[in-house]
Design a protein around this ligand. Structure first.
Ligand code: CP
Length: 322
């Protein structure tokens, strides 16, 4: 189906059998292809494209959106799911290695989605897998499918700013920029487009230098700030993130920053018409519940976009579309 759409004008790309481990592995045209495919799937139910195929979801860390939206995407395409959401219920609890687990699941499924707390674990898993491995988050490193749905949401709300590149996207990222894998992946991806970054964080949660360098070396302007409110009127997107208690060794350090940036309705009185607040979710206290009622609050729709985007990823990886 996707090959009948906008892609005819682009080079045909083959995702069949490919792992999706890091956004660094994808080129701009591949990002745009996945967005295009997702858009077509959103517009028209694609039917039983993956009938007879099995997805294994191996979640060694908690998840609501990523696991359920992958499973829902698979079900909606006529496929089936196996897997676990708690490693204590798997033989990892008895000491089975990740490589043995992947070897076994290669015999039970056609594609694997994995979330694991150790950085690099998805890449390691892919090395011993004959079926596609999709990284659903490896520690503080990468969360590429979240980034794809973030890009899809930005394209959807900003008049095709990514595919047309007529204007520069001004995006603020606020909160935990040090450990936040979603903002790391998103910075890499948006650096391929016309983008101006505003990184807003306390000193101890600043965006790591590696990611700042990726943006600047790609000729994107970068501003590093501690104050949020005064730049909101300039932004197209504000990407809020949770301060992640589970990534801190020192609880006192966590307590010192946990409420550093709490979004409240009165901060959004003077925003651009196209302005949207995004958040990968879950949110804890960083977005006041009252903000949910504002037109610019888009984070729940953003999470729903996980369905067409993950339908596109699964269909491409399994060769059901090209
Ligand atoms: N955005 C995201 O990864 O959410 P979950 O942790 O619920 O999967």
């Amino acid at each position: 189906m996707c090959s009948k759409g906008l892609f005819l004008e682009r080079q045909q790309l083959d995702f069949k059998g490919q792992h999706i481990i890091s956004i660094r592995d994808l080129k701009k045209k591949e990002l745009l292809k996945i967005i295009d495919c997702a858009s077509q799937m959103d517009a028209e139910a694609p039917g039983d494209l993956l009938k007879g195929k099995i997805l294994a979801t191996l979640f060694f860390e908690p998840s609501t959106r990523t696991r359920l939206s992958f499973e829902s995407a698979m079900n909606r395409l006529g496929g089936n799911n196996v897997g676990f959401s708690d490693p204590k219920s798997s033989s990892a609890q008895k000491g089975e290695s990740l490589s043995d687990t992947i070897e076994m699941v290669n015999g039970y499924a056609d594609v694997i989605v994995i979330r694991h707390p150790i950085e690099g674990s998805a890449r390691f898993a892919s090395m011993g897998s004959k079926i596609p491995i999709i990284n659903a988050g490896d520690g503080a490193n990468q969360h590429p499918t979240q980034t794809l749905l973030d890009l899809y949401t930005i394209e959807e709300t900003q008049s095709k700013i990514l595919s047309q590149e007529k204007e520069t996207l001004k995006i603020g990222m606020v909160g935990d920029l040090k450990y936040g894998r979603t903002v790391h992946s998103l910075t890499i991806a948006l650096s391929m487009f016309k983008c101006e970054f505003y990184f807003i964080a306390p000193e101890i949660l600043k965006m790591p230098e590696d990611y700042v360098n990726i943006a600047t070396e790609s000729h994107c302007k970068v501003h590093q700030l501690k104050e949020l409110e005064e730049i909101i009127p300039d932004l197209d997107i504000l990407y809020s993130t949770r301060i992640q208690a589970e990534r801190f060794f020192d609880k006192n350090e966590y307590n010192s920053v946990k409420n550093a940036y709490v979004l409240k309705t009165d901060m959004f009185k003077n925003v651009k018409d196209n302005f949207k607040i995004l958040h990968p979710l879950p949110r804890i206290e960083e977005i006041d519940k009252a903000v949910d009622q504002l037109d610019c609050a888009y984070y729940f729709k953003q999470a729903t976009n996980g369905i067409p985007v993950r339908q596109a990823i699964l269909s491409l990886a399994l060769g059901a579309i090209s």
